[in-house]
Ligand binder design. Structure first.
Ligand code: PLP
Length: 287
């Protein structure tokens, strides 16, 4: 495969970065996970915008314009002859001396990987997944705003480990006030009496692009969608629960902390929204 790295396309074996890269040493960098479906890069403009917002927020200067970055993503797909792929776009502070100061670094490093997606099994989408509530909390007064898609994912990894340790596939994160925030790397929706609710991003969630697409689709399908705080209790008593993310798409959750959600099978509204989502991913984006 051909990987874009520091201004050139290189082979997978040659795609190596220095141990002095501050992205590696300190998690000083940002990223995006993007998907293409049959040649359409789903909502690429929104991913690029979020990347540049993350960069701005951490005072990281990306050495390309947004238009150039859009072209680079499309070029990476073309070079790999991939029409349906998962794309990982990473910008680090670059290599520098040891020490936290970004002034040590010699300029941002950009790399783009496009790979065939190792999707979740079809059975998982048909049956739904089991989830638990994570003990690891999200603290929304952290100076590192969760809206920044930074390379500091250790908290998310610890949350994923909690899920796996409990024999579940995913974990639901609460913030320090006990409100439901999101999954380890997905946003969350609950459905009760036909009304969809997702936590407002200000509780400490990433503003997911799939989340936004689902809010729009559900509205078009005639459902009421609320962005309001809710607690663990509201998750347990929901008729349906699902998670959304670029890699995961829309995943039904059938149990949380061993409480069966609804009748223990993916809900009808979740299915309708997933169906509608599969309709737009091939047209809504950049070719
Ligand atoms: N929340 C977190 C912490 C994430 O890392 C992601 C993945 O990007 C999401 C939510 C879902 O966002 P999106 O739908 O933009 O992929």
């Amino acid at each position: 495969s051909q990987i874009f790295l520091d201004g050139a396309f290189v082979s997978r074996d040659d795609a190596k970065v220095s141990v002095f890269d501050h992205g590696l040493l300190y998690g000083d960098g940002i990223f995006e996970g993007i998907r293409s479906y049959d040649g359409n890069v789903f909502r690429l403009q929104q991913h690029i915008r979020r990347l540049y917002d993350s960069a701005k927020s951490i005072a990281l200067e990306i050495p390309y314009t947004q238009e150039e970055m859009t072209d680079l993503v499309c070029e990476t797909l073309r070079r790999n002859e991939l029409s349906s792929a998962y794309i990982r776009l990473v910008v680090t502070r670059g290599s520098g001396d040891l020490g936290l100061s970004p002034t040590n670094c010699h300029g941002a490093r950009v790399f783009i990987i496009a790979e065939q997606l190792a999707m979740f099994s079809a059975a998982l989408y048909e049956q739904g997944i089991h989830a638990v509530t994570a003990a690891t909390r999200r603290n929304r007064s952290d100076s590192l705003n969760p809206k920044i898609k930074s390379l500091n994912y250790l908290n998310n990894i610890l949350i994923k480990m909690e899920a796996l340790n409990a024999g579940a596939s995913e974990a639901i994160v609460l913030n320090s006030e006990g409100y439901v925030v999101e999954g380890s790397g997905e946003n969350i929706f609950v459905v009760r009496d036909g009304v969809l609710t997702t936590p407002p991003a200000y509780l400490g969630a990433l503003e997911g692009i799939t989340r936004q697409a689902v809010i729009e689709l559900a509205g078009e399908l005639g459902y009421v969608v609320k962005q309001e705080p809710f607690t663990q209790h509201d998750v347990y008593v929901a008729d349906e629960v699902f998670l959304t993310g670029t890699a995961a798409e829309i995943v039904p959750v059938i149990s949380v902390d061993r409480r069966t959600i609804g009748n223990g099978a993916p809900g009808s509204i979740t299915k309708r929204i997933h169906e509608a989502f599969t309709q737009i991913v091939r047209t809504d984006g950049v070719r």
